[in-house]
Design a protein around this ligand. Sequence first.
Ligand code: SAH
Ligand code: SF4
Ligand code: F3S
Length: 476
Amino acid sequence: MSEHKVIDESKQGEAFMIEQPVVSNGKKLFLESYGCAMNFSDSEIVASILKDKGFTTTQDFNEADVIFVNTCAIREGAEQRVRKRLTDFKRAKKNNPDLIVGVLGCMAERLKSQFLEQEKLVDIVVGPDAYRSLPELIEIAETGQNAINVLLSKEETYADIAPVRLGSNGVTAFISITRGCDNMCAFCVVPFTRGRERSRDPETIVKEAQDLFAEGYREVTLLGQNVDSYLWTGGGLKKDNLSHEELNNATTFSQLLEKVALVNPDLRVRFSTSHPKDMNDDVLYTIAKYENICSYIHLPVQSGNSRILEMMNRGYTREWYLNRIDAIRKIIPDCGISMDIITGFCSETEEEHQDTLSLMETVKYDFGYMFAYSERPKTLAERKYKDDVPAEIKSRRLAEIVELQLKHSAERTKEGVGKVHRVLVEGISKKSKEELFGRNSQSTVVVFPKENFKIGDYVTVLADRCTGGTLIGKAI
Ligand code: SAH
Ligand code: SF4
Ligand code: F3S
């Protein structure tokens, strides 16, 4: 009951393996990732660091010398899935006593040495800011000792590391632009697992986008927990009181978007996640100005009730959020909008739940990610509030929200029928080899007959029908 994705075409939750490096050290690595796009992007950094040390990869964990699981701690359910997987890997150690198992990412950061000492599930524990030390930690583990590095950094952005594109379609790629989060939403574990917010040097971001374009990629997604608060002032943590000169020399998110959009008109630019309290009109005008910045904004709302939003420490009210939606509709009239919602947060009443449903009616999102509240250790909500909405009520409210979203998604998709869409082809349709799929600017999936088109092409498609959240049509 903990999570529901509606029309989610993202790669979240998929496991993948890394590409073969050039010089082998004879050791095989198996790498599996969970959680958000940031974590998948981090796995590409990990793959790059280990590729440089000569690791080859395997798709079969039974023949691996090293197994790494890049983990997520966002909800209890996410952690349970990882634990189950780690138990599978521990069993594999019985057949291969030299096998090294490591846990990376947010759960490693949250639980630190607990995995090594109390649970004895793994040999290596590494937090999100310590991946440069992986080769060293593997060497320590090879001598039979436990190895751990969970230091969080105020500087690390891995800006100089060229990610190994994992499980790639060769067309779309992630680029991390910030790490960490300074927001402290009451329900959220991320500030504890990923530390303080840092922005990455814009030059390295633009360079990465240029390199990707040269390699044939046609879409980049700029990633951060709150992309709107991106601010480059020369490195390190963000300062509160910047001088006039520092501000003049700084790069804001809308300026960064523009720089990346200018790499090439044929390189699509997406970004995630926008924060309603920080999303300003500058960003919206920049999106409207450039054809290749996609008309799509993921704007998590979490709740439609201002009292709950205040308790969540989100920094905006229902009215503020709806004002941001109005601004999007005015400045980018064709914009696709999606959301995240949490149901059953501490003390949420039936009326407050109705406020979330009514906000959904007002916005009519294209799609969304919906979750039942899961209490996380150390968060503000865990310390201050009681997790007092019973599980059955959380799931019933979640089911109502999911049902309404399915209806809205179907309606929104239908609005695309009879219209022409510019589609970037991402792959061959799962249903038929004779069909291709891609997304339009609003991020809706479009399927059409293959003809002579190939992956990476831009194709103009007239949609003549739809199913659920997918448009179906023909190239014109
Ligand atoms: N930085 C992004 C969100 C990252 S986490 C933002 O601010 O929007 C992705 C989503 O997981 C959140 O938007 C929220 O809807 C959900 N989430 C986070 N913590 C949760 C918790 N404790 N229980 C249930 N859902 C949670
Ligand atoms: Fe978590 Fe809030 Fe930061 Fe998003 S903005 S990662 S929900 S603390
Ligand atoms: Fe992402 Fe999960 Fe960490 S959502 S930031 S991998 S807790």
